[in-house]
Ligand binder design. Structure first.
Ligand code: SAM
Length: 287
């Protein structure tokens, strides 16, 4: 019978292999992979390098290590991604939430028109923006809309897992078309914004693992904004606020689309790399 491997030895080998494949935070990722294969927590594995791996655990750990080295994102392998310090389940129909999108959550919390807003998340995916806002505003309620039934199933599962199901509803729809006027005080959205004129998304993991519906928005990447922004004055309640994510270099065009729709420009917020990432508009006061 082959000798059983210890967790610490597997972690050392795996971290070296990940490091050689240019994976950042190689040891942390190795621990996350071994935790997934063994059912232990990463901190347990850190504290117990002497833990013996069963042969089935080692086979499973080796298999997911190979996936990671081949370029699969960690979140896709584990089926879960941390966002706003909360765990979000993923599925094939959802975008993997990005750290940049936390800029939208922070801007929404800072600009929320009250402590108990009704929130509308257009293109909710995993539900990450809506559920993060509801998590931090315990008196808020919200609706997440998506045209992908698979994504909505995942968003509902995330609401349940975070015990937010009583304050979050999810519905299928084409952006906000089916919703009543004045539906929300706070509208958040991270629509698709990758331009197709340059071909598929340049990042391998994005192009290979995120659904096309979540990424691409016409030749210049602005098609979703062209549909969403003109409808926001109708969807926002008086005094309402909209916070939208944008891609690099899109601020002037998205600002113009919002102002043409009759919204009042407030500001753009940068992400951690200093790139304008969140645009904020107010409902114009009624004359
Ligand atoms: C960039 S992803 C954002 C997902 C999630 N909000 C996040 O930030 O990670 C855009 C989402 O919009 C959805 N979507 C695309 N076209 C749509 C449409 N016409 N109506 C509603 N949702 C749409 C996609 O299915 C996808 O979930």
């Amino acid at each position: 019978m082959p000798e059983l491997m210890l967790a610490g030895d597997w972690l050392g080998k795996a971290a070296a292999a990940l490091h050689s494949a240019d994976v950042p935070r190689a040891m942390a990722e190795a621990r996350a992979l071994l935790a997934s294969a063994t059912g232990e927590t990463p901190s347990f594995l850190f504290a117990h390098p002497e833990r013996t791996l069963a042969p089935t655990e080692q086979v499973q750990a080796d298999a997911i290590l190979m996936q990671r080295i081949s370029g699969a994102p960690l979140g896709r392998i584990l089926g879960v991604k941390e966002f706003w310090s909360l765990p979000f389940l993923l599925s094939d129909e959802t975008l993997e939430p990005r750290p940049d999108t936390e800029t939208i959550v922070q801007a929404a919390l800072d600009h929320a028109p009250s402590a108990q807003p009704s929130v509308l998340d257009l293109g909710t995916g995993t539900g990450c923006i809506l559920l993060a806002v509801l998590h931090d505003l315990p008196a808020a309620t919200g609706v997440g809309v998506d045209c992908s039934v698979g994504a909505l199933k995942t968003a509902r599962a995330n609401a349940e897992a975070l015990s937010l199901q009583d304050r979050a509803a999810f519905m299928a729809g084409d952006w906000g078309r089916a919703l009543k006027p004045g539906a929300a005080d706070l509208i958040v959205s991270n629509p698709p914004y990758v331009a197709t004129k340059h071909g598929p998304a340049p990042d391998f993991a994005t192009a290979a693992y995120d659904p096309e519906l979540a990424l691409y928005a016409g030749a210049d990447g602005l098609n979703a904004y062209r549909t969403i922004l003109p409808d926001l004055p109708r969807l926002l309640a008086p005094g309402g606020v909209a916070v939208l994510e944008i891609g690099i270099h899109q601020m002037p065009q998205v600002r113009a689309l919002g102002e043409q729709a009759g919204l009042e420009w407030v500001e753009a917020r940068p992400d951690l790399a200093g790139i304008p990432r969140a645009v904020i508009f107010h409902q114009r006061p009624q004359k």
